[in-house]
Design a protein around this ligand. Structure first.
Ligand code: IPE
Ligand code: IPE
Ligand code: MG
Length: 239
């Protein structure tokens, strides 16, 4: 764990590069997703151990539905495995203080997965040490749309006027309501973009990019990202 560095409270991670990792090894892309799911477990545990309070992992975007059905099914199978495992390890996870949250539009997911999500969220709701947000069928623009629609309904019902809408009201309708904005967003795999991840919340987030493919990402890489973050000068528009 890096020393003498301000620890980010909330870290977002775009888990990218699974497909390339597999292709480089002559393996099917699904093998890359499997390996990526292992990395997710390792990094999640490690980040919680070093005291990160909020973690948001981008697992499946609203745009990822454009992939071949076979690949989508492989990814859904991995969610299922993870959720079943979380159910089996409920006691252990609660003891470790893991609160599991799903962010995104879960209504489009298979019913059995939705049920497992409801169980995982309900059972870990009292845990407070580390909140783990899994972004599944998540899109930042869709999240803002979701919030704006609920505000439009309040305006329509006469509860508020358009001029009374504040930034906090939009924020309160996001999936991450009540959580601090990410301090640091990590994107491995050599891409330099957000790909619709936390676009509202990332207004003042520090970015950290790396060529490492997600399945190869290690706790030492997380340490490096946190150390670099500690050397950034966050001004939030000030001087
Ligand atoms: C990220 O890895 C996982 C998902 C989007 C589900 P990719 O599958 O995008 O891997 P690359 O970018 O093709 O290597
Ligand atoms: C972003 O990766 C989504 C996830 C990691 C879940 P993509 O691979 O979908 O992003 P693009 O297509 O390279 O922008
Ligand atoms: Mg990708």
């Amino acid at each position: 764990m890096p020393e003498n560095t301000a620890l980010p409270v909330h870290i977002g991670i775009i888990m990218d590069g699974n497909g390339r990792w597999a292709t480089q090894r002559g393996l099917p892309r699904s093998r890359g997703h499997e390996q990526g799911a292992q990395t997710f477990r390792t990094i999640c545990e490690y980040a919680a151990d070093i005291g990160i309070k909020y973690l948001t992992f981008y697992a499946f975007s609203t745009e990822n539905w454009s992939r071949p059905a076979e690949e989508i099914n492989a990814v859904m199978d991995l969610f299922r495995d993870y959720l079943k495992e979380a159910e089996e390890r409920q006691e252990e996870n609660i003891q470790k203080g893991f609160r599991i949250r799903y962010i995104g539009d879960t209504s489009a997911l298979p019913e059995d997965i939705r049920k497992l999500i409801r169980i995982a969220e309900r059972e870990s709701a009292q845990a407070r040490k580390t909140t783990v947000n899994l972004a599944v069928n998540y899109g930042g623009r869709q999240e803002i749309l979701h919030s704006v629609r609920s505000l439009a309904r309040r305006v329509q019902s006469g509860e508020i006027t358009p001029d009374e809408i504040r930034l906090e009201d939009i924020q309160a309708g996001l999936y991450t309501a009540g959580q601090p904005d990410p301090d640091l967003i990590i994107r491995p795999s050599g891409e330099y973009r957000l790909s619709n991840f936390l676009i509202w919340q990332a207004a003042y987030t520090e970015f950290w990019y790396s060529d490492i493919l997600w399945p190869d990402f290690t706790p030492a890489d997380l340490d490096r990202a946190i150390e670099d973050y500690g050397n950034r000068n966050r001004r939030f528009g000030g001087i």
